[in-house]
Design a protein around this ligand. Structure first.
Ligand code: NAD
Ligand code: DAU
Length: 357
């Protein structure tokens, strides 16, 4: 029997993956309440969700996952029967220059959310309950030229970001093992698609190419990432939430490995065509720069458990997904301009007047 939630709490739903998940989930689950708890850091952008304004299934709450009182109030008040936990500091480079907030949000924030969820689950206010931790392949560390991360690969995080995600994953495991709480844990590879903040590689490339700015490639450009369209990730999360056995862990990925320099060249060439520039003009913007410290060499996900157990596989080909993503950025230059200028941060005040709920 699938688990069919009636009221979910999404944390970090104003970010890249969280907002894509909310759009996808609301479209497929009419009548299920979706409460979005987000404290709107630099990465939180309510403009990602304007299409849902006035939708009776959707509800935004400005707040921090580390605020136990608020979290407890939302869980009880909305009779939440599933928490889908995206909220995090997510950028590896920022974790190198300032690790503390990563531990505060990703580790401590997750523990507070888990503890309030445990109390709520034990209160018997809802018939059934799930806590789904959204995590990353980065918790497994780095691969050599061959092999894949499976769910059995030992955690060997290398950056402060991935260490904080691994810490959170272990707390989620502990709440299942120690308290019997019905937790789930997914670990996905690199996402791309609409609403991706332009500090990350693919949207940064698109933005810089359009503006004829240098394209910074770390190190030798031969590091490998395994790319998945964000909407495929959203569907995989919903599948795990509804169909997975409590206590399980699932890798999510599309078997789509690319060297960074090949991604750079591909995006350059696709934009040459779209911007009417001569072939090779955009590639000339490429600038090799100092490597990221501790830069993981290769990620590659084995998602066969998810396919075998829950029958999920990606719908997008990379060719289609990357073309659509580039076209989305070209068609949404206002979104990009507001993000890069910082104007998107004023939207919350105008829309919600700074008040909660
Ligand atoms: P993001 O940085 O775009 O969004 C994070 C969101 O969390 C923002 O809206 C931010 O305001 C919110 N947030 C941060 N701290 C908070 C707090 N204390 N309380 C409430 N809200 C808070 O991140 P993303 O790329 O959408 O990633 C979402 C999740 O998915 C993260 O947990 C990340 O580790 C994981 N993940 C990301 C990728 C990827 O490729 N981006 C891949 C695998 C897993
Ligand atoms: O693998 C999943 C992870 O993917 C998520 O958990 C993280 O939240 C997400 O940010 C992403 O991490 P990466 O570090 O892989 O993503 P990023 O876009 O920062 O970098 C992708 C690759 O491109 C990486 O090898 C570093 C390189 N890079 C990145 C930037 C921003 C460059 O060469 N130049 C750049 O300017």
């Amino acid at each position: 029997m699938p688990f069919l939630p009636t009221s979910i709490l999404v944390t970090g739903g104003a970010g890249f993956i969280g907002s894509n998940f909310i759009h996808s989930f609301i479209a497929g689950n009419p009548g299920c309440r979706v409460s979005n708890l987000d404290c709107l850091t630099y990465a939180g952008n309510l403009k990602n969700l304007t299409a849902l304004e006035g939708n009776p299934d959707y509800h935004f709450i400005k707040g921090d996952i580390g605020d136990a009182t608020l979290v407890g109030k939302v869980l009880a008040g909305q009779r939440v029967d599933a928490v889908v936990h995206f909220a995090a500091e997510s950028h590896v480079d920022r974790s190198i220059t300032g690790p503390e907030i990563f531990v505060r949000t990703n580790v401590l924030g997750t523990q507070i959310l888990l503890e309030e969820s445990r109390k709520h689950w034990l209160s018997g206010a809802v018939a059934d309950f799930r806590f789904l931790q959204i995590s990353t392949d980065e918790v497994y560390g780095s691969l050599g030229d061959t092999g894949y991360f499976t769910e059995e690969t030992p955690l060997a995080a290398n950056s402060p970001y991935s260490a904080s995600k691994a810490g959170a994953d272990l707390l989620v495991r502990a709440y299942h093992e120690t308290f019997g709480m019905p937790t789930l844990n997914t670990r996905c590879s690199n996402n791309y698609g609409p609403y991706h903040f332009p500090e990350k590689l693919i949207p940064l490339l698109i933005h810089n190419i359009i503006n004829k700015k240098p394209l910074p490639v770390y190190g030798d450009g031969l590091n490998i990432r395994d790319w998945l369209h964000v909407r495929d990730h959203a569907v995989a999360i919903e599948t795990v939430l509804k169909k997975a056995k409590p206590g399980s862990v699932y890798n999510i990925g599309g078997n789509n490995e690319w060297k960074n320099i090949d991604i750079v060249n591909l995006v350059c060439d696709l934009l040459d065509d779209r911007l009417g520039r001569a072939r090779g003009e955009n590639r000339s913007l490429t600038a090799f720069v100092k490597d990221r410290p501790g830069h993981d060499r290769r990620y590659a996900i084995d998602a066969s458990r998810l396919k075998a157990d829950l029958d999920w596989s990606p719908a997008y080909t990379f060719e289609q997904g990357i073309a659509e993503t580039i076209d989305w950025y070209l068609a949404n230059q206002e979104w990009v301009a507001e993000v890069t200028s910082g104007a998107y941060r004023e939207y919350y005040q105008g829309q919600y007047g700074g008040g909660a709920v």
